[in-house]
Design a protein around this ligand. Structure first.
Ligand code: COA
Length: 279
C-alpha cells in the first residue's frame, strides 16, 4: 500500500477549504442510513468524519481475511496506478466504463491527469481501491463539488461511475465501493447521486438497484469523456449511447427538486435539438 500523503495539496481549492470546515449536520434518519452504509462498506466512523477533508487521503476498509484493503483519494502521482488499473480491465469492461478515451493511450494519459487535477481541486470525489499493492477498482462522484442553481435554489447532484478489474468481479468489491461513494455523498450533504448504465449491463443495474438506486428514465450520454462535461463541450464526441438513468436520493426533503432536474436534463440531452450540437 502506498503511504498516505501527510499534508493537503497546495493545489487545494477554496472549495476544498470550505468543505474541510464543514460539520456534518445529519438528521437522526440520515444518521441511521450512514450507520448502515458504514457497516456494509466496512469503513470506520473516524474515516467517515474525514471523508470530506482534502488532506484525508487513505481510508482503510475492514477485510475478512487480514489482507490489506484501502480506498485512496485520487492524487498526484496516481497516473501510474490508473494505467495499471486500466491494463487489468477487459475490452468489455472498458466499453461499459468509458470516461477515458481508452483506444488512444496518449489521450488516455492526458485524461488521467485531468481526472487527478479535478480530484485534488475538489471538483470530483475520485478514488482507487487498493487490494494489497494493486489498484483493483476506480470509482468517482463526478461533480461532487459543483453546485448548480435550479429555480434559484442550490442543487448538487454528482454522477457516479465505477469499474472493478475483471479478475476481482463477484467478490463484493463493487458494492463496497458504491457504499463508500454513498457515504461520501452523505458526508458532503449533496442532494442526490445520478448515474447511467448501459441497457445490456444487467449485472451493474442489479448491483445499483441493490444499493437503493432507482430508475428514472433514459439518458443519452457521450462516450470517452467525463460525464459531468457540459453538452456544449461535447461537439467533437462521435460516440453516444442511450443508457438507463438512475438516482440515489440523499436528501429526502429535496427529492422532488432532484427528480424534476433529472427529468429536464433528459428532455434537453435526449432531444433532437441537442443532437444538432454534434452533427
Ligand atoms: C458492475 C461492477 C462494478 C460490479 O462489481 P463487482 O465487484 O463485480 O460486484 P459485487 O461482487 O459487489 O456484486 C454485487 C452483486 O452482483 C451480484 N453478481 C455478481 N456477479 C453477477 C453476475 N454475473 N450476474 C448478476 N449478478 C451478479 C452479486 O451476487 C452481488 O449481489 P448480492 O450482494 O445481492 O449477492 C463490475 O462488475 C464491473 O466493474 N463491471 C465492468 C464495468 C462496469 O460495468 N461498470 C459499471 C458501468 S455503469
Amino acid at each position: 500500500m502506498r503511504p498516505e500523503n501527510s499534508a493537503g495539496s497546495s493545489q487545494g481549492s477554496v472549495l476544498l477549504g470550505r468543505l474541510a470546515n464543514r460539520a456534518y449536520s445529519g438528521t437522526s434518519e440520515s444518521n441511521g442510513v450512514v450507520q448502515r452504509l458504514l457497516y456494509q462498506c466496512g469503513l470506520g466512523e473516524d474515516s467517515f468524519r474525514k471523508l470530506h477533508q482534502p488532506s484525508a487521503r487513505c481510508f482503510p476498509l475492514h477485510s475478512e481475511n487480514g489482507r490489506q484493503l484501502a480506498v485512496q483519494r485520487l492524487q498526484k502521482g496516481d497516473e501510474v496506478h490508473l494505467e495499471d488499473f486500466s491494463c487489468q480491465l477487459s475490452p468489455r469492461s472498458k466499453e461499459l466504463f468509458s470516461p477515458y478515451p481508452w483506444a488512444d493511450l496518449r489521450c488516455a494519459r492526458q485524461a488521467f491527469q485531468v481526472a487527478i487535477r479535478r480530484s485534488t481541486e475538489g471538483v470530483d470525489a475520485a478514488f482507487l481501491l487498493f487490494f494489497e499493492e494493486s489498484p483493483i477498482a476506480h470509482f468517482v462522484l463526478w461533480g461532487a463539488g459543483k453546485t448548480l442553481s435550479f429555480r434559484g435554489d442550490p442543487l448538487t447532484i454528482p454522477t457516479l461511475g465505477i469499474a472493478v478489474v475483471d479478475r476481482m468481479h463477484g467478490r463484493g468489491f463493487g458494492k463496497r465501493c458504491i457504499r463508500f461513494l454513498q457515504l461520501v455523498a452523505h458526508r458532503l450533504e449533496v442532494d442526490g447521486v445520478e448515474l447511467t448504465v448501459a441497457y445490456q449491463n444487467v449485472k451493474a443495474a442489479r448491483v445499483y438497484g441493490g444499493c437503493e438506486f432507482c430508475e428514472v428514465g433514459t439518458l443519452r450520454i457521450p462516450l470517452g469523456v467525463d460525464p459531468s462535461i457540459s453538452l456544449d463541450d461535447c461537439a467533437a464526441v462521435n460516440d453516444w449511447r442511450d443508457e438507463r438513468h438512475m438516482v440515489y436520493i440523499v436528501a429526502d426533503k429535496r427529492s422532488q427538486m432532484v427528480y424534476e432536474h433529472l427529468l429536464l436534463k433528459e428532455c434537453a440531452q435526449n432531444s433532437p435539438a441537442s443532437h444538432a450540437i454534434r452533427d
